[in-house]
Design a protein around this ligand. Structure first.
Ligand SMILES: C[S@@+](CC[C@H](N)C(=O)[O-])C[C@H]1O[C@@H](n2cnc3c(N)ncnc32)[C@H](O)[C@@H]1O
Length: 291
């Protein structure tokens, strides 16, 4: 039986996720490797799995039953799930926990996971994730525990575990010290409400499989930081505008005043240049008349 460990001061200080699942062996899975795995080993974040089946009430360790009203598939039982959720959240709210907990049921019906929600969860000390299986869970558990429903996207997974892994990965990489020196979250997709600009690396000229030479945009080789920054921003804006109108609309609305002011500055500069030119022309023609 997998039981969550009670938090001591050391564990309570790090971002902690508890996963309620019928398949605890799926964790840490990919989260045990690379940056997340290293951070897990170094105690930057903590993961606890809770086997829902260990809260079953009969000798067959039953966790599901047929849906009332008929229909295909099975539904996870409210009594079993409720006991598991209560045990896990009581530990969080106990003397070792801070009480700052979000209890989430991974569900295709939920609020779509995005970088805003990831940022919120990444600073929530304790996150509890309930992974459904079968046709899902009894609705009364969601109501009784006020579960927050979060979806990975508009598609149906066979269980909440892959969604939990993705959510945890996104939160872990935002924990202080997890990303390497060279990587920063600041300019990544969604951080500024934009998709990310394109990346290039060596070789500067690369011939693809069809014999076509593909070059790196000149500006990236210029060493001119301000021009590189401006190019990247323009590319991020171009790509977001073309691909994701729903992201572009709020970004454009937030920047409209700034762009209008810049356009006005350009118009003034152009007018002044034209006036300067006209004055110079007039002076020249005056010289000629006098001459
Ligand atoms: C086969 S699905 C149940 C699908 C459900 N009958 C429906 O049509 O909405 C089993 C479990 O996978 C998880 N799941 C499936 N799709 C998901 C998604 N897009 N995001 C998050 N969790 C998902 C949920 O925990 C769900 O209880």
């Amino acid at each position: 039986m997998t039981q969550p460990v009670r938090h001591d001061a050391a564990t309570a200080a790090v971002w902690t996720v508890r996963v309620l699942t019928l398949f605890p062996e799926m964790f840490p899975g990919p989260l045990g490797l690379s940056l997340a795995g290293k951070a897990l080993k170094n105690g930057v974040w903590a993961l606890e799995t809770v086997d829902i089946r260990s809260y079953a009430r009969d000798k067959h360790r039953t966790v599901d039953d047929a849906p009332f009203g008929g229909g295909p598939g099975m539904v996870m039982r409210p009594d079993v799930l409720s006991d598991a959720i209560t045990a896990v959240t009581e530990i969080t709210a106990g003397p070792g926990g801070s009480g700052q907990t979000r209890v989430i049921y991974l569900s295709p019906r939920g609020r779509r996971l995005d970088q805003y929600l990831v940022r919120e969860l990444a600073v929530t000390p304790f996150v509890v994730l309930l992974c459904g299986r079968y046709e899902g869970i009894d609705e009364r558990v969601i109501e009784a525990h006020g579960l927050e429903e979060v979806s990975l996207g508009d598609f149906v997974l066979s269980g909440g575990e892959p969604a939990a892994l993705a959510l945890i990965d996104a939160c872990v990489r935002l924990q202080p010290g997890v990303m390497g020196n060279g990587e920063t979250a600041g300019e990544e997709s969604f951080e500024r409400g934009l998709l990310e600009y394109p990346h290039y690396t060596r070789p500067a000229s690369w011939v693809d499989g069809r014999g076509c030479a593909r070059l790196v945009p000149e500006v990236l080789l210029s060493g001119h930081h301000e021009k590189v920054r401006a190019w990247r921003l323009a590319e991020a804006e171009r790509i977001t505008r073309a691909r994701r109108p729903e992201l572009w609309a709020p970004y454009a609305a937030a920047h409209r005043d700034e762009w209008d002011r810049e356009a006005e500055r350009c118009r003034r500069r152009r007018r002044n240049t034209e006036l300067d030119g006209m004055t110079a022309d007039a002076a020249r023609s005056g010289d000629q008349v006098e001459g």
